[in-house]
Every structure is written in C-alpha cells, then in structure tokens.
Design a protein around this ligand. Structure first.
Ligand code: SF4
Length: 282
C-alpha cells in the first residue's frame, strides 16, 4: 500500500511556498503469513523476502478446490433463489442442489490438469464436496420457504430482504494493524456480520492449531474495522495484543534482512519449502 503525503513547506523565499509530494510504502502483512511465521521464521523469510514459492502438493490442490466450491456456491446462491416461484421446500432444495452440482463441476474442471497430475479421485471428491453442503442445503431450504410464506415475496424482492446471506472471499485490511487478507465467508445478518473460515486440514486431538487461532483472531479484528455493521467479538484482550506483537516481530525480521536459522524440528518433515531450505543453497 502506498500513502501519499502533501507537505506545505514554508520556505519564506519571497512569496514562494513549495509543495512537496512524497510517498511512503507501507508494508502490509497477509494474515496467512502470520501462520507461516508461527510455523517457522525461516519459512516466512524464504517465502516473503526471497520470494520462493512452495511446490504444489495434492493436499493443496484439494484445499483449493474446496475453497473454490464454497466461493462459487455462495456467489450464485441469491441469484438461483430468485428463480423459485413457490414456497415449496422440495423446489428450493432442488435449485440449491443444482447450484451445488454446477459449481462442483466448474471447480473440478478448473483444476483438471492438477487432478490428473496428482491422480485425484474426482468422483470421490464430488461426493465429499456434496456431503459438505448437504445439511446446509437442507436447513437453508426450510429457512427460505419460511421467509417466503412470512413476507409473501419471491424473486428479487425476496432476495433483497433475505438474511442471513453469505458473501464469499471478502477483502479486509487495516492500516492500524498493518494486516490484509481475504475472509473465506461472511455471514451477513440484519444487524451483524459473522466471519467464517474454512479449514481443510486435520484438526489436532484437542482444541485448534495455534496458527488457526491466530488467523481467526486477525480476521475478526480486520472484520471489525472493515464492515459497517456490528461484528460480535468475544476476544480475550490479550489476543489483540498477541497479534500486534506478532506483527511487530515480523516487521523486525523484514527490516533486519537476516535469514533466520534452520529449525531442525519435526516441522521440517512436513514443510512445503523443505527442499529450498538448505543453507548451502541460499
Ligand atoms: S525445512 Fe524446517 S527450517 Fe526450513 S523452512 Fe521448513 S520448517 Fe523452516
């Protein structure tokens, strides 16, 4: 991000007032990179300073497809609901399921080269993706029909008063926190916004991964600054402090231009930059 400043300088040279225009480049850190920094400072450095890109893995491709399905499904949802002309749960369900089927096909089609390369079972993925949304479709159909009956509205008129609604891939940023990112999904209610994150990896045996907790906290703070509706945050105040401290450490690392040492831990086995990490090659 670039901030432009105009400074009037009173030089007192005759009646001349010089105006100087200069720019300051503000480094904005991606929320996803907070997780990278927590995982390994060296990995963060390789990725963000040396601009080394990780090799695509099978899991990355699957995760990308899941995100894409979610994005397309909610992008189209209100549009397809406009077609429903009867307060009939079966009809609403069919329309939503058709949307799901179409977006799954589209997302898989967009990644067909990677699916072939990694020998991903397409039919199994179709089943898994459909199962992910089946309870949502079921509940949503009942909700929509109830609203149709209550408001006696259909098409555009219905959609304009329909809450909650879902907005996918919402850009958020904060100049104060020096952070930017995209929230997977925001549930917009009449008077509040609820950020939702889709996590595709396995959870730990207990609780959530630290990196996930940090990302969710950061997104919640960014949502609070970016939306003009109330964002209900039940955050321990230390969590905001934790994010600010983390951003401070990242800025310090970026300023120091000193590559952090190799971790030499179990994490290295699962690291996507493992093959670029060897200090002899850097
Ligand atoms: S291989 Fe280990 S030390 Fe190297 S970047 Fe990955 S996690 Fe960090």
């Amino acid at each position: 991000m670039v901030l432009d400043f105009v400074l009037p300088l009173d030089t007192r040279q005759g009646d001349l007032i010089f105006i100087f225009l200069f720019s300051i480049k503000v480094v904005m850190i991606k929320v996803t990179d907070l997780a990278t920094f927590i995982y390994c400072k060296r990995k963060f450095y390789l990725k963000n300073v040396l601009k080394i890109k990780p090799k695509i893995t099978k899991e990355m491709v699957k995760g990308r497809i899941k995100h894409r399905v979610q994005e397309l499904f909610f992008k189209n949802e209100l549009e397809v609901l406009k077609r429903v002309k009867e307060p009939d749960v079966k009809e609403v369900k069919e329309v939503l399921l058709k949307n799901l089927k179409d977006v799954v096909e589209k997302a898989l089609g967009e990644s067909k080269k990677e699916i072939k390369f990694f020998d991903i079972d397409k039919e199994l993925m179709k089943k898994q993706l459909t199962a992910m949304y089946s309870s949502f479709v079921f509940n949503r159909s009942a909700e929509v029909v109830e609203l149709m009956k209550k408001k006696r509205l259909f098409g555009d008129a219905l959609v304009s008063v329909m809450f909650p609604r879902f907005i996918a891939e919402v850009k958020v940023s904060s100049n104060d926190l020096f952070l930017k990112g995209r929230i997977d999904l925001v549930e917009e209610k009449e008077d509040e916004m609820v950020p939702v994150e889709l996590k595709t990896g396995n959870p730990p045996k207990q609780g959530i991964w630290t990196s996930d907790r940090i990302q969710l906290t950061a997104y919640a703070l960014l949502a609070r600054e970016s939306f003009n509706k109330e964002v209900k945050l039940f955050l321990n105040p230390f969590m905001e402090y934790e994010i600010r401290t983390l951003v401070g450490k990242i800025k310090e690392l970026l300023g120091s231009k000193k590559i952090p040492p190799v971790l030499d831990s179990r994490k290295c086995r699962f690291c996507s930059l493992r093959e670029y990490c060897d200090s002899r090659k850097l």
